[in-house]
Design a protein around this ligand. Structure first.
Ligand code: MG
Length: 411
C-alpha cells in the first residue's frame, strides 16, 4: 500500500487531515483547533515527504517527518498525520487502533470535563461554587472536574490588584489570552487569598465525591505555586496544572518544577505544550512533576503518547492527558490510545464537537447517535471495537460544511 495524497480541510474551525492510498483505503486525523487557516499549508508541507510510503508502516513513515515539528502549536500537523496513519493502518488490518498499539487493558476510559464547562459569571468564590455545583449535576457524571484559576482563569485580567504587573493580555474569543501576550508575575496577598478562597468554595460544593483539578497558568511564579500548593494541601486537590510553564510555553524547565514538587503533597502537573518524547525525558527522569499531560495532537500523536505514558509509569509519574480542542476525531484517537495506557493513567480531557453538526458528521462514537450527552456515562467512555479509530465520517453531510478552497477534499 502506498500513500498517494495528504490533504487538510478546515471544517467548522476544526482542521481535518486525510491520507489517501493507492488501494482506496484512507485515514483521517485532526489537528488541534484554533491554529489559524495556515494549518492547511503546514499539513501540506509534509506531503512530499510521505508520498509513496506504506502508511501501515506507521513508524517508518513518521521518522520522515517527526523531526520537522515543534512545541505547540507547531507539533499539531505532524500529530494529526500520525493519527491519520493509525486510522489507515487499523482499517487496512481491519482491527481497532488499540490492537496495533499493543491491545487494550481497559474496556472503558475515564474522562474529565474538559470542553464541557459551565460558564462563570464572575471570578468570585460564589461564582466558582455555583459553576462547580452545575458541573456536579451534568448528565455525563464526571468523577473529575477541572476548573481554571489564577492566570489560566484570567484572574489577572478580571480581579482588581490580582498581581504585581500590568494586564496586557489580549482577549481573543474562545482563546486564553496567553497566546498573544502571556501575563505573568508575583501575586499580591489579596490575589493569593482570593485564589485560595475560590478553591475552598469549590471544594465545599464538590466534597470528596468528585475530584477537583486546577489549571493555573502559566504565569505563576515558583514561590506562589509552592505557597498555593501548600495552602491547598488540606483540600486534596487532584493536581495543579501548568503553573510556571505550560500551554504555549516554548520550554519545559524541570528545574523550576523541582523547586515545587518535592516540597508539597499537592500533585503538580504539566506538559500540554511539549513536543515529542525526547522533551519529556528530563521532566520524567528528574521526577520534576507528579503528573504529566501531553496532548496527542501536539506531542506527535498517539503512539508518542503511549511511549511517554509507559516511560512515566516506570518513574512513578501519573498520566492525565490534555485534549481540549481536538474535536471528535481527536476524541476517537484519545479513546483508542487511553485503552492501552498502563495503570498510571488517570483520565483524559474530554473534547466536544463544535458546532453541534459535527455530531452528524462523525458516526460510531459510543452512546446514542444524535445524543452527544450519552457518549460519557458515569464519567467513562466505552472503547469501540470497530476498525481504525472506530468512527466513520458521513462524507455527504461533511461536504455541506466545506469551505470553498476545500471543496475537493473528499474527492
Ligand atoms: Mg491546561
Amino acid at each position: 500500500m502506498k500513500i498517494t495524497d495528504l490533504r487538510c480541510a478546515i471544517i467548522g474551525g476544526q482542521p481535518v487531515i486525510r491520507i489517501k492510498t493507492d488501494e482506496g483505503v484512507d485515514g483521517y486525523g485532526s489537528a488541534a483547533r484554533l491554529r489559524s487557516a495556515h494549518i492547511r499549508w503546514h499539513v501540506e508541507y509534509y506531503r512530499d515527504l510521505i508520498l509513496g510510503s506504506d502508511p501501515t508502516d506507521v513508524e517508518r513513515t513518521m521518522l520522515k517527518i517527526r523531526r520537522l515539528g515543534a512545541f505547540k502549536p507547531w507539533g499539531s500537523s505532524v500529530s494529526g498525520i500520525e493519527v491519520a496513519l493509525w486510522d489507515l493502518a487499523g482499517k487496512a488490518a481491519n482491527v481497532p487502533v488499540y490492537k496495533l498499539l499493543g491491545g487494550k487493558v481497559r474496556d472503558r476510559v475515564r474522562v474529565y470535563n474538559g470542553a464541557i464547562r459551565t460558564p462563570l459569571s464572575a471570578k468570585n468564590p460564589e461564582d466558582y461554587a455555583e459553576s462547580s455545583a452545575r458541573m456536579k449535576d451534568l448528565p455525563q457524571g464526571f468523577t473529575i472536574i477541572k476548573q481554571a484559576i489564577s492566570f489560566h482563569g484570567k484572574m489577572d485580567a478580571e480581579v482588581p490588584d490580582y498581581y504585581y504587573g500590568d494586564n496586557q493580555g489580549v482577549s481573543i474569543p474562545g482563546m486564553h489570552p496567553s497566546p498573544s501576550y502571556p501575563n505573568r508575575g508575583l501575586l499580591t496577598e489579596k490575589g493569593f487569598n482570593h485564589t485560595v478562597n475560590c478553591v475552598v468554595a469549590m471544594k465545599e460544593v464538590l466534597g470528596d465525591e468528585i475530584g477537583l483539578a486546577l489549571d493555573c497558568g502559566p504565569g505563576m511564579t515558583v514561590t506562589d505555586t509552592l505557597k498555593l500548593a501548600r495552602a491547598l494541601e488540606p483540600y486534596n486537590i487532584m493536581w495543579l496544572e501548568d503553573t510556571v510553564r505550560g500551554d504555549f510555553s516554548p520550554s519545559v524547565d524541570p528545574d523550576l518544577f523541582l523547586q515545587i514538587t518535592p516540597h508539597t503533597t499537592t500533585p503538580i502537573h504539566t506538559g500540554e505544550q511539549i513536543y515529542l518524547r525526547e522533551n519529556f525525558k528530563n521532566l520524567i527522569e528528574q521526577k520534576a512533576v507528579n503528573i504529566i499531560g501531553p496532548d496527542p495532537l501536539d506531542v506527535g500523536g498517539i503512539a508518542e503518547m503511549k511511549w511517554i505514558a509507559q516511560y512515566a509509569d516506570l518513574h512513578g509519574i501519573l498520566f492525565a492527558p490534555h485534549g481540549i480542542g481536538v474535536g471528535l476525531i481527536g476524541l476517537a484517537a484519545q479513546i483508542q490510545a487511553a485503552a492501552t495506557y498502563p495503570d498510571n493513567f488517570i483520565a483524559f480531557e474530554y473534547s466536544t464537537g463544535r458546532p453541534d453538526w459535527w455530531y452528524d458528521i462523525v458516526q460510531g462514537l459510543p452512546g446514542l447517535q444524535g445524543q452527544p450527552e450519552t457518549i460519557v456515562r458515569d464519567g467513562f467512555v466505552d472503547v469501540p471495537d470497530r476498525p481504525g479509530l472506530g468512527i466513520t465520517l458521513d462524507v455527504e453531510i461533511a461536504q455541506q460544511y466545506l469551505e470553498s478552497e476545500d471543496k475537493d477534499f473528499f474527492e
